[in-house]
Design a protein around this ligand. Structure first.
Ligand SMILES: [Zn+2]
Length: 199
């Protein structure tokens, strides 16, 4: 396994994101608990004992499961940093509705599907949305055979080019392509100093 060095500010950003998810989770749990309480205190006498027990169990499971899912916290438990090679690239043109377009920050009209085989031969698939702007095109940054690195908690894969090759650097946080010599991302200002030990 190759060693990945992640800039401190990226690690801090991920920790902050996780903190945000925890706050969301707590808020959703409070809302769910209040809803369950109001429902059972108002309809308590009408329900038969067995039905009441079963429905309380279902309500509690949903009241924990749904807030957990919607907080996005589960994504951080299944995520891991890795280095791998792109073994499949597919660009699909899609009709993106206006609401979806707004949600994905002016997403363009294509999604690039990238499949990566990591050093442990495990496969990962990623979807990269084009943002529709000419210079910041986030999709189409990835080519078959590229070595890429994924950083825990970050959305974008970073192609790791040989230092002699003058290729733009892709930001792991926002996916923006910056100048080969840039130290910070032109778009979000975060460090581009992600390093991977050569094999
Ligand atoms: Zn960036």
């Amino acid at each position: 396994m190759r060693k990945i060095t992640v800039p401190e500010e990226i690690e801090k950003k991920v920790k902050k994101d996780i903190g945000g998810c925890v706050v969301k989770l707590i808020v959703y749990l409070i809302i769910a608990a209040a809803a369950i309480y109001i429902f059972f205190s108002s309809s308590g006498e009408m329900l038969d004992f067995k039905i009441k027990v079963v429905s309380i169990i279902i309500a509690v499971l949903l009241g924990i499961g749904l807030p957990y899912y919607f907080s996005g916290l589960h994504l951080y438990f299944t995520d891991k940093s890795y280095v791998g090679r792109i073994i499949e690239v597919d660009v699909k043109d899609v009709k993106i509705s206006k609401t979806f377009r707004e949600r994905k920050r002016e997403a363009g009209d294509s999604i690039q599907y990238v499949m990566v085989e990591d050093d442990d031969k495990k496969l990962h698939t990623c979807e990269i949305y084009d943002d529709g702007r000419i210079y910041s095109s986030r999709a189409r940054n990835y080519n078959l055979g590229d070595t890429v690195v994924h950083i825990y908690g970050c959305e974008y894969l970073r192609p790791m080019h040989h230092p002699d090759l003058e290729k733009p650097q892709v930001c792991v946080v926002c996916g923006f392509k910056s100048d080969p010599h840039a130290e910070k991302c032109f778009e979000c200002g975060r460090s581009l100093d992600v390093r991977v030990e050569e094999k």
